[in-house]
Design a protein around this ligand. Sequence first.
Ligand code: KIV
Length: 279
Amino acid sequence: MSATAPKSAPMPEDIRARKGRLPLVSLTAYTTPMADLMDGICDFVLVGDSVGMVLHGLSSTLDVTMEMMILHGQAVRRGLKSSMLVIDMPFGSYEEGPQRAFRNAARLMTATGAGAVKLEGGTVMAETIHFLTQRGIPVMAHIGLTPQSIHTLGGYKVQGRGAAADQLLADARAVTEAGAFAVVLEKVPETLANQITQAVEIPTIGIGASAQCDGQILVVDDMLGLFTAFKAKFVKRFAHLGDDARAAIEAYAAEVQDRRFPGPEHVFADTAPAKGQKA
Ligand code: KIV
């Protein structure tokens, strides 16, 4: 194999085996060019149902459909060679029971080439996770703040404080026993994230859950400063692409209005150039 050959994408078992080792790196992606940028840098790339809020302007993830997930999953697949693709199961596609969850998970995986699905819920989803993993569908669980349950949780609040910590620990244990290969912990206090990470044999992937986790995930548009509708405490902006894009759009508008753009270098001559010369 040549030194420049792309490494092959990890499998769920490789992700699981990273427990307690080098922290896992992951981001969301929804398009081919963004997936291409993170390919081989992220261990896995999540087509999150956050796509509904980030790209489609929806007010929550509840209106995201299977069709949206498949379309964005296919786009992301085209940009990945060396990172594993994980795809979110949208609200309403799995909660009813294991059989329905299997049909929709299989559809998501076959239509997009994803290596695994992610679904929200702890103890209550254990039976479904067991059913899926026994039938060839690797599952990443997601507990803590589960945005699809926003109406029952009463807002995007920190989860697992005080007496609620025991339930979250029980949830983490339940999804592990059910066969999940990793578990996302969203908006969980640091001490509890550490406790859960020590208690389960699968990697914990934190988002707002501290560096005690076995890996991290962020919404890519948040960390690039592209999605600025709100800023969560746990998001670090590693770039300010939204500000750069706005400045570029304003510069373009000014040049169009001053007739400085298009300039001579952007204009075609009346006659075709001689062979070997630029058009
Ligand atoms: O939908 C999403 O983006 C997620 C997060 C864990 C990043 O589920």
